[in-house]
Design a protein around this ligand. Structure first.
Ligand code: SF4
Length: 349
């Protein structure tokens, strides 16, 4: 299988003073409109050659061992790459972000917050996007023009997703990487667009990936992306990445308020479940992996998800980046075998 041709998470020649680190998906169009460059700190952390070192740096700075590794990695990445301005989402993402921002502010960083409204309401969303624009001294109209500029890149991400589930020509990990990277378009939307275009042409010309089972992955993006390759090695293909697809905002929208109101991730588990159920059916999934992160509050929602989706669910917990543990592999393999035996002619490849 070809490796994804993703641009680097942070181009080396990018002046650091232009960078705005984001702790999760926010209206990046506003940041671009202000002449700054949004960089998703999660992507910066996990694509680093030594991500564990970044997490350890946070522990040395006082973050507890029982703090989620993504938060520690974000902290380490901010320091390693010298990022001075950060937008943290303190409503609609992570309960730990508030404390993270306090630490960063204490250390001298400029920290702003973005709070998703409590419900999917375009009028309320319009209000919080305008507040963000004011903080960056730019006009909403300029941000809307960036929405249009980013549309071709989002259309290509949508095509990569379509090639995954309709034609089986894109591997699960490739789907994951291209979609998760659309949260900031690898700090260079034009380069992302060009390389995504090349990837789509190459993938469209491939033969479909052989598989007996179609799986989805819901929950936060896994800290151990190797699980996609392992799933393929035992005869299944991941054709749905819930959160990564949400990050990429694939559908057309007539305004930023509409685009960011449709995004399900900040609005609680029931809104997410509606989306997951739709995609389970549309993509004809045989099963779902619910990825949960060690020490993450979202794990509490696991039972609701398991009891609300129309396919069998395997809950898989990851802690730190690195090779998959033997236990994770065994559980994944057993899940795939169980699903295979439920299908007519159940034997795997
Ligand atoms: S995995 Fe959970 S605890 Fe960690 S950053 Fe994400 S939402 Fe927060």
């Amino acid at each position: 299988m070809d490796q994804p041709i993703l641009p680097p998470a942070l181009p080396e020649d990018l002046p650091r003073e232009k960078v705005v680190g984001i702790t999760t998906t926010v209206p990046i169009e506003v940041i671009h409109a202000a002449g700054r460059i949004p960089v998703d700190l999660n992507n910066l952390f996990i694509s680093h050659e030594e991500p564990l070192e970044l997490a350890e740096q946070a522990e040395r700075a006082g973050f507890p061992r029982t703090c989620c590794c993504w938060i520690k990695g974000i902290y380490g990445a901010i320091h390693r790459f010298g990022i001075g301005t950060i937008i943290g989402v303190t409503r609609g993402d992570c309960s730990n972000t508030e404390a993270l921002l306090e630490v960063l502010e204490h250390e001298g960083a400029r920290c702003l917050t973005f709070n998703y409204p409590h419900r999917q309401d375009p009028a309320e969303m319009d209000g919080v996007i305008k507040e963000l624009a004011q903080a960056f001294h730019c006009e909403l109209a300029e941000a809307e023009s960036w929405r249009e500029q980013l549309a071709p890149a989002r259309r290509l991400a949508a095509e990569i997703d379509r090639l995954s589930w309709q034609e089986a020509k894109v591997a699960g990990k490739e789907n994951h990487l291209w979609l998760v990277s659309a949260s900031d378009f690898c700090a260079d939307p034009e380069r992302y667009r060009t390389q995504a275009e090349a990837f789509v042409s190459a993938a469209a010309a491939r033969h479909p990936i052989e598989h007996r089972l179609r799986l989805g992955l819901c929950g936060i993006p896994p800290i151990v992306p190797e699980l996609y390759e392992f799933v393929e090695s035992v005869g299944a293909l991941v054709v749905y990445n819930e959160t990564q697809r949400q990050f990429a905002m694939l559908g057309p929208a007539s305004s930023l308020a509409e685009q960011y109101s449709r995004y399900t991730y900040p609005y609680g588990v029931f809104v997410r479940i509606e989306d997951i159920r739709t995609e389970c059916e549309r993509r004809r999934l045989d099963g779902l992996i619910h990825y949960v992160q060690s020490f993450c509050h979202r794990r509490i929602q696991d039972r609701i998800i398991r009891q609300s989706v129309p396919v069998p669910v395997l809950t898989l917990e990851g802690d730190m980046p690195g090779p998959m543990s033997a236990q994770l592999k065994t559980r994944l393999e057993a899940f795939v075998q169980m699903l295979a035996s439920q299908k007519r002619g159940g034997a795997l490849l």
